[in-house]
Design a protein around this ligand. Structure first.
Ligand code: HXC
Length: 261
């Protein structure tokens, strides 16, 4: 129903991490247009809120997201999809400058896998399930599954996933480089993601944003341009108080206090 809260925002205990929980359990968190609008609105709020230093996106214990909403897409026609820029708004996440940590338990299928790949750091349980099953529906991935997945796992594995729709578990996803950390037995994926978000959020904002920008540039730019961008950002950081503080604190054998300047 329209009164359902499709994305539940909460905060970490120290209040610096915005936790956005996809909440459409009856449809296995299928990513309908209203759900995506709610997610984008919460992302924008978190981006604007100075008290938020990092963002965690998660789903439920059994399902992160089972993909785009198939029932919503079923009767779509080309003209409508094209003129309304269907899926265009999904790319909003890519424009968020704060670090985003994805926390995946259970299914991350199709658009769910693509949403997970839009995180800057992706954490999963060993039993999570990743797949791009679009081929079984007569379509292909539409939000990065053919592009980001290929950068992450390479052509052979991306082609295998996209053309067969095969499911891989969290352990395989970690081995392939789709995921960077797995939870240990009994560990909560959200707690591990929040801990990671607090680590990242605990560093100076300027350097964190520059690090994110530089790594993302590697996916877009030819090597020489990427290296030039990295060097410029690196050099610019010497104009920050945080660089002076970080290096002085090291020399003085004390903990740095970041000013975000
Ligand atoms: C709409 C969905 C859905 C989806 C599940 N449901 N996935 N509704 N879109 N993607 C609904 C079911 O219809 C069902 O509704 C309810 O959620 C519970 O699902 P079940 O199938 O009964 O659960 P289960 O048997 O446990 O199977 C779980 C599952 C299966 C393996 C995850 O639901 C599944 O295969 N779902 C589709 C996965 C998929 O193909 N994803 C890719 C979508 S295409 P009712 O009303 O019957 O209770 C895509 C394109 C991306 O993502 C393009 C760019 C964005």
């Amino acid at each position: 129903t329209s009164t359902e809260q499709l994305v539940i925002p909460s905060r970490s205990p120290n209040n610096t991490v915005a936790i956005l929980t996809l909440n459409r359990p009856k449809a296995l968190n299928a990513l309908s247009t209203p759900l995506f609008q709610a997610l984008n609105a919460e992302l924008e709020k978190a981006e604007q809120d100075d008290s938020v230093r990092a963002i965690v996106i998660t789903g439920g214990e059994k399902v992160f997201a089972a993909g785009a909403d198939i029932k919503e897409m079923k009767d779509k026609e080309f003209a409508e999809a094209y003129t309304t820029n269907f899926l265009g708004s999904w790319n909003k996440i890519a424009s968020i400058r704060k670090p985003i940590i994805g926390a995946v338990a259970g299914y991350a299928l199709g658009g769910g896998c693509e949403l997970a790949m839009l995180s800057d750091i992706l954490i999963a349980t060993p039993t999570a399930t990743f797949a791009q099953p679009e081929i079984t529906l007569g379509i292909i991935p539409g939000m990065g599954g053919s592009q980001r997945l290929t950068s992450l796992v390479g052509k052979a594995r991306a082609m295998d996933m996209v053309l067969t729709g095969r499911k891989i578990d969290g352990i395989t996803a970690e081995r392939w480089g789709l995921v960077s950390r797995l939870t240990k037995e009994g560990e909560s994926v959200v707690e591990l993601a929040v801990k990671t978000a607090e680590t990242v959020g605990g560093f100076g904002k300027v350097a964190v944003q520059a690090g994110k920008e530089a790594v993302n540039a590697a996916l877009d730019l030819p090597l020489d341009q990427g290296l030039r961008l990295e060097r410029r950002l690196f050099q610019q950081l010497f104009a920050t108080q945080d660089q002076k503080e970080g290096m002085t604190a090291f020399a003085e054998k004390r903990k740095a206090t970041w000013s975000d300047k």
